[in-house]
Unconditional design. Structure first.
Length: 156
């Protein structure tokens, strides 16, 4: 096995950012090969709506790592392209359901495998044990950096 490109004391945050950016760029290339020019956030939104059509703006924003205002603008763009529509909730006039149109569902069928292709490419050269170890270690890093609500205090 070749030596890792980064020494153990390398900037961990920078490596995470570089991996994320590389995966997002590769994802955009895969979607373009499938004939669709979408951003990663647009992909995540379409994916979430394809899986859960009862999702609201706040949940979509969280899932796509955007603030609700940015998500509203993203939804406006996807709606203008005819990929989704906002439908009034008959039980609550204040609420809107965001649903994929037939065009949106057709695009989802075209691009749904792009994520797996990118993940497979990212982990190329790793056996199953190494892949499991990577996810376990990354999960541990995330857990270490995620505040425990039971021990967090909002008081100063």
């Amino acid at each position: 096995m070749s030596k890792p490109p980064y020494p153990p004391n390398a900037n961990l945050g920078l490596i995470f950012r570089q991996v994320r950016d590389a995966m997002w760029a590769d994802m955009a290339r895969e979607m373009a090969l499938a004939g669709h020019e979408l951003t990663y956030s647009q992909f995540m939104t379409i994916k979430h709506l394809a899986v859960d059509s009862t999702t609201g703006v706040t949940e979509l924003a969280r899932h796509a790592q955007l603030n609700p205002g940015a998500m509203t603008r993203l939804l406006d763009k996807l709606e203008a392209r005819g990929l989704l529509q906002r439908v009034a909730d008959p039980a609550d006039r204040r609420a809107l359901h965001i649903v994929l149109t037939e065009s949106g569902l057709r695009i989802w069928r075209d691009i749904r495998d792009c994520g797996q292709i990118v993940r497979d490419r990212a982990m190329q050269g790793m056996d199953e044990n190494e892949r499991e170890q990577l996810f376990r270690l990354l999960g541990q890093v995330l857990q270490n950096l995620t505040p425990d609500p039971a021990t967090s205090s909002s008081e100063d």
